[in-house]
Design a protein around this ligand. Structure first.
Ligand SMILES: [Zn+2]
Length: 378
């Protein structure tokens, strides 16, 4: 989701990036502050100053989001987890941690430290706004107070007890500590996360339709995101428990029938496509580089005339997903729901195709481990 993140440098040794949707958030907050919040709380100031204060406050708000995520990252590293990077996006920040917290205590500290940071920033900003009320320009004080209140709300919202919110992870740590069963804790936290998501969607939609408040849509969107993320949490947790360290290399098809990108569609259809017992093919270039994926369904949309003149590489439109042979199956499953259909993962080494993994292969790996079976390369 965050491949296109714009790099913002490294802080405390952690790479930080911003997804383009952050620009929308920055613009929305600046607009909200500059057009309504600031003029309403401190009337009679020059228009330019409203906007300057609004933009500075919005940037400070993003910085406080970053501080929240950095705290997660620093504590995660303290407990031996790897921190891939932090990405700021539309719904806040996201620290990509690799591995699992080693103990309930680590889980609690890593999860709880973020909201605590937000609450501390919130308290400090409000305190500062109050103490410097006589010294600072009125607009600066108002911006500071808004920053404080927003951080307090952010900290409290994140403490709601449903995964993937921080509060859900705090709950997970508590259930883990209480029962000694980590998977049970994951399921409890994810279940409350789904419940929380449903509740937010209902409240958000009710606010939109009955009170004509457009902010309700935003709430509903966050709820919908929570529901999906909570589901992924369960899938990912189960997959990790079942599949352990299993790598893609063990389950991939190492000799897939490939579609030569330089052939015409007609040539491919009358030769390999007709005899291979599959619907989706990896497309390779003349020098063996993986180009993408093409399905019979896509080729069938071309007219007979087009098939004669179109190259396979030009017909392959399915956005391809690439992975490395040493990637963990559990990680791939967390990102890719197992659905029967035309999904095909290209396993690539130095750009060259070394195998393919279909959704059936993923499902097979899961079912085999549920049966306690061995993974025999296909
Ligand atoms: Zn957090």
């Amino acid at each position: 989701m965050f491949r296109s993140a714009f790099p913002l440098g490294r802080y405390a040794g952690v790479a930080v990036g911003a997804h383009w949707s952050v620009a929308i958030v920055l613009a929305l907050i600046s607009w909200l502050l500059g057009e309504s919040v600031l003029p309403a709380s401190a009337p009679g100031q020059p228009a330019l100053w409203y906007w300057v204060t609004a933009v500075v406050t919005a940037v400070l708000f993003l910085a406080s989001l970053l501080a929240h995520e950095l705290t997660h990252a620093v504590f995660a590293r303290h407990y031996g987890m790897k921190v891939k990077r932090i990405t700021l996006w539309m719904l806040g920040g996201m620290a990509e941690l690799e591995g699992e917290p080693p103990s309930p205590r680590a889980d609690l500290v890593i999860a709880g430290s973020g909201p605590v940071t937000s609450l501390l920033i919130g308290g400090a900003s409000i305190g500062l706004a109050y103490l410097t009320g006589d010294v600072l320009p009125v607009l600066a004080g108002t911006g500071l107070a808004w920053l404080g209140i927003t951080n307090l709300i952010l900290g409290m919202f994140n403490l709601l007890p449903g995964a993937p919110l921080d509060g859900g992870r705090v709950l997970r740590a508590a259930v883990w500590k209480g029962t000694g069963d980590r998977m049970r804790a994951v399921r409890v936290a994810a279940l409350t996360g789904q419940g929380l998501g449903v509740a937010l969607v209902i409240v958000g939609l009710a606010e939109t339709f009955f009170m004509a408040q457009l902010t309700g849509l935003w709430l509903a969107f966050i709820g919908w995101f929570l529901m999906a993320a909570a589901q992924a949490e369960v899938t990912g947790g189960l997959a990790r428990q079942q599949l352990g360290d299993l790598r893609l290399r063990a389950i991939m098809d190492p000799h897939p029938v490939t579609a030569p990108g330089w052939w015409t569609v007609e040539a491919f259809v009358t030769h390999d496509a007709a005899t291979a017992r599959r619907r989706v093919f990896p497309v390779v270039s003349f020098d063996g580089q993986a180009v993408g994926v093409v399905s019979l369904a896509e080729l069938a949309r071309l007219t007979p005339q087009q098939r004669l003149v179109t190259r396979v590489s030009d017909a392959c439109r399915t956005p391809a997903r690439f992975a490395a042979p040493e990637d963990k199956v559990a990680d791939v499953l967390t990102k890719t729901p197992v659905r029967r259909g035309t999904g095909l993962l290209l396993v690539v080494e130095d750009g060259r195709l070394t195998g393919t993994v279909s959704t059936d292969d993923l499902a097979r790996a899961l079912e085999l481990s549920a049966l306690g079976g061995q993974h025999v390369p296909a």
